[in-house]
Write a protein that binds this ligand. Structure first.
Ligand SMILES: NC(=O)c1ccc[n+]([C@@H]2O[C@H](COP(=O)([O-])OP(=O)(O)OC[C@H]3O[C@@H](n4cnc5c(N)ncnc54)[C@H](OP(=O)(O)O)[C@@H]3O)[C@@H](O)[C@H]2O)c1
Length: 331
């Protein structure tokens, strides 16, 4: 099997270190591995598969010979350096929001739209974490019944803010003052993720709307979102209301979810079986449960989806994109 020269940009971060874990777990075909982070970490040793790698800083020519570059170092780093990696001939898979809505770049959840890569630039965008776990269950519903309207309400873990978010929860749980979130996250949910825009929505909410439309290739789909930070260390949850075009039975919906690769149905409330955050911690499933009819409209369905935002919501989805492109002979 062919092996590849792989770079991880942001290798010392929460997503970057999970990239390394997932690459190892997936036995990814690596020939040479190069790790990048900021100047602060340059020279630091990071372990991968029993060997030590020295973290480097980004500089001109640093992507020469790299074939696959996994980026998770924030939007401004991606804006500047992803085109450099692309110019050097690498396929870039970027975790920031910098390239997601660029028309020439594909925004991919591999179980849904890998073919979006075909006529796109070689910078592939990885969607927002909450979007990935939401569009996966929407796909089989759309295929079978047609989507008319979608309303998201999220319950997002502090790990979604990176190490600073986790530290703020741990610090405030010990009675110390918050340093990162505007309120004490150990004592409250905060209905505010990313900055507010002129229409009253936050950027995180607008990302969910726009990215859902792009991934499903449904530019006119009616979508709305409310995004909330909750005092949970890891794994996001999303409550999803969908108005469908066609009538359905709950059994048909359960079957549609169960037959979608990537989804695990956990829906037996009588025995206290439904998706809780801890079920998703450390693995790549999107867990779907609490499946029931919406009482407020015809053909409405409600359900709840939970996933590890650092894995399927970021690092694992990106590695799965790379794996799928290799398998399809596109890299
Ligand atoms: N956390 C999530 O759930 C999640 C989900 C999806 C996408 N993302 C995206 O992934 C990216 C990273 O998130 P994270 O949670 O891993 O953040 P993080 O823990 O704060 O890590 C940031 C990483 O970027 C590196 N970095 C910062 N400035 C840099 C620069 N100028 N040049 C090179 N490297 C630089 C840092 O290196 P140093 O250690 O040297 O500072 C570190 O390795 C963000 O774009 C975020 O939006 C995060």
């Amino acid at each position: 099997m062919k092996k590849y020269n792989v770079a991880v940009v942001g290798a010392t971060g929460l997503v970057g270190s999970t990239f390394l874990k997932v690459l190892k777990e997936y036995d990814f075909p690596i020939k040479n591995l190069t790790l990048f982070a900021s100047e602060r970490s340059a020279g630091k040793a990071v372990e991968y598969d029993g060997k030590e790698y020295i973290v480097q800083k980004l500089e001109e020519g640093c992507f020469d010979g790299i074939e696959i570059a996994l980026f998770s170092a924030g939007g401004s780093v991606s804006e500047k350096w992803a085109p450099e990696a692309e110019k050097s001939g690498a396929v870039v898979i970027d975790n920031s929001s910098a390239w997601r809505m660029v028309k020439e770049c594909a925004l991919i959840v591999p179980e849904i739209n890998l073919d979006a890569f075909d006529n796109a630039r070689k910078i592939v965008a990885n969607p927002n974490c909450s979007t990935i776990q939401s569009v996966l269950p929407l796909k089989p519903l759309n295929d079978k019944f047609g989507l008319k309207r979608v309303v998201y309400s999220t319950y997002q873990a502090v790990s979604g803010s990176g190490q600073k978010g986790k530290n703020d929860l741990i610090r405030t749980l010990k009675g110390e003052e918050p340093e990162f979130y505007p309120y004490n996250i150990s004592q409250t949910c905060i209905p505010h993720i990313d900055v507010f825009t002129d229409n009253g929505y936050t950027k995180e909410e607008i990302k969910m709307v726009n990215e859902t439309r792009k991934i499903l290739n449904m530019p006119d789909l009616k979508v709305s979102a409310t995004c909330v930070r909750v005092p949970v260390l890891n794994a996001h949850a999303v409550s999803i209301m969908v108005e469908l075009d066609k009538p359905f039975t709950l059994e048909e919906v359960r079957e549609a979810f169960a037959s979608q690769p990537g989804i695990i149905v956990v829906d037996d409330p009588a025995n206290l079986k439904y998706p809780v955050s801890t079920i998703a911690n450390g693995n790549d499933g999107v867990y779907v449960g609490r499946i029931r009819r919406d009482l407020s409209c015809d053909n409405g369905i409600l359900f709840y989806a939970v996933s590890d935002n650092i894995r399927k919501g970021a690092a694992a989805n990106a590695v799965q994109i790379a794996e799928a492109l290799i398998k399809a002979d596109k890299i």
